[in-house]
Design a protein around this ligand. Structure first.
Ligand code: SF4
Length: 141
């Protein structure tokens, strides 16, 4: 199945449940390499909790904007990232490379697979976010 076909299958018009997790696109990369570190202890605890919830494969709505992970981040001021221009470009890159639209909804595993196949497997991650302060953590062992 191509990414385009998946997009049609899981378009935001097709499925919308209250239990859908809002996830900003570039966090599909961060979640692959999260090792318990983050901007604060509250941030790291929340991200670990979200990661464990996503491991149950709920629906996610992929966006560019603050999300369930940003919700406990000290850089989130007034529902906007202090580095919004930089991270919005990360989001745009992930959406584009995965052939997704802002607002698409799909099972988390499908999104994770798109990120893996289109970005991580071909070694493209550093083209997107090599200027992130956490980039040294984001490598497969
Ligand atoms: S740094 Fe910005 S994008 Fe990253 S979690 Fe914090 S608010 Fe969200």
């Amino acid at each position: 199945m191509t990414a385009g076909t998946q997009n049609e299958k899981y378009s935001k018009e097709a499925i919308q449940f209250d239990s859908t997790y809002v996830l900003r696109a570039h966090h599909g990369l961060c979640l692959y390499f999260f090792k318990g570190k983050g901007y604060s202890s509250e941030f790291a605890a929340n991200m670990a909790d979200i990661k464990s919830r996503l491991d149950k494969n709920p629906l996610v709505r992929i966006i560019s904007g603050t999300d369930v992970i940003c919700s406990k981040c000290p850089n989130n001021t007034g529902a906007r990232c202090e580095s919004e221009a930089k991270v919005a470009e990360y989001d745009r890159q992930v959406l584009s490379r995965c052939n997704l639209n802002d607002g698409d909804i799909m099972p988390f595993y499908d999104f994770r697979k798109l990120v893996y196949q289109n970005i991580l497997l071909p070694g493209k991650r550093e083209e997107i976010c090599s200027d992130c302060q956490w980039t040294s953590l984001c490598h497969f062992l």
